[in-house]
Design a binder for this molecule. Structure first.
Ligand SMILES: C[S@@+](CC[C@H](N)C(=O)[O-])C[C@H]1O[C@@H](n2cnc3c(N)ncnc32)[C@H](O)[C@@H]1O
Length: 263
């Protein structure tokens, strides 16, 4: 573990309240050997209703876009502790009638990191006050979907301190399937019919150039017209990220939104 990197993260926590949840740092020897990561430290930072997306807008766009389609497949690839997948699951559970839940579930979520996926699979999650506020801002019945537990969920190398453990209620848990796997492997398995929402958010800066290029090309090959690819604020660190997506056959329905749609 690199002490200087930890110091950097700790000082960024002090200044950026959005960067507190689920911050873990580790040296992923196994994946470095596979040439997946370009750096030797990776953060599993994530939040429920992470600030870089207008979730109400995105979810309404998704629901209108897929009106008349029986099944929509949502993927959270590089899912960290499950925050992203639970954002979708809670939103869908909160807003839609029971007979429509099956249309959007199960949500498929994977992460390459064995420790964080173990945490995600536990059905528990560490949440800060910021996460709780986000849940309550976005959802009418949000407080009913999590139950406070004693202490904090132990995750190896977790360096955050301002969180508490919560249990996700079974109705929401069963909407998500977690698996330890890497993005490219899972992407190659997708059989899309123009009915997918693929989230690969805030992961690209951790990939080697070769791996990132292959992910983008596979996305372009696999997704058919109408499917949606959602990325994150952090991914704009990749030079000309949006332009590259446009060159690969995606367009931006919203000028600065962090999602694109296959033409
Ligand atoms: C910064 S977090 C982003 C989590 C979530 N997508 C979000 O935006 O809040 C990056 C996550 O991607 C995972 N990751 C990095 N490279 C990956 C790969 N090639 N395949 C699967 N997961 C990967 C890391 O283990 C980490 O949990």
């Amino acid at each position: 573990m690199h002490i200087s990197s930890i110091n950097n993260i700790q000082s960024s926590n002090k200044f950026n309240p959005h960067f507190t949840s689920c911050t873990r740092i580790y040296k992923p020897e196994t994946v470095t050997n596979k040439n997946i990561f370009s750096t030797d430290t990776v953060r599993t930072t994530s939040n429920i209703f992470r600030y870089d997306e207008d979730w109400n807008f995105l979810m309404e766009y998704i629901m209108w876009n897929f009106v008349g389609i029986d099944k929509v497949n949502i993927y959270s690839l590089g899912c960290s502790d499950g925050s992203e997948a639970y954002t979708y699951a809670m939103y869908i559970y909160d807003k839609l009638p029971e007979n429509l839940l099956k249309k959007y579930t199960p949500i498929f979520a994977c992460d390459i990191d064995s420790e964080i996926i173990k945490a995600a699979k536990s059905g528990k999650i560490n949440l800060s006050k910021y996460d709780i506020d986000n849940i309550n801002i976005h959802l009418k019945h949000g407080k009913n979907y999590i139950k406070e537990k004693k202490g904090i969920l132990k995750i190896k190398n977790n360096i955050t301190t301002n969180e508490k453990a919560y249990e996700i209620i079974p109705e929401i848990r069963k909407m998500v399937e977690f698996k330890q796997s890497d993005i490219l492997t899972e992407l190659k398995k997708i059989e899309d019919e123009g009915n997918s929402v693929i989230n690969i958010r805030n992961v690209f800066p951790y990939m080697s150039e070769k791996y990132a290029n292959e992910v983008l090309e596979t996305l372009a090959q696999k997704l058919k017209s109408g499917s949606i690819f959602v990325f994150g604020h952090y991914d704009h660190r990749i030079p000309n990220f949006r332009q590259r997506l446009h060159d690969l056959g995606f367009y931006s329905p919203v000028q600065n939104g962090n999602f694109v749609q296959k033409i």
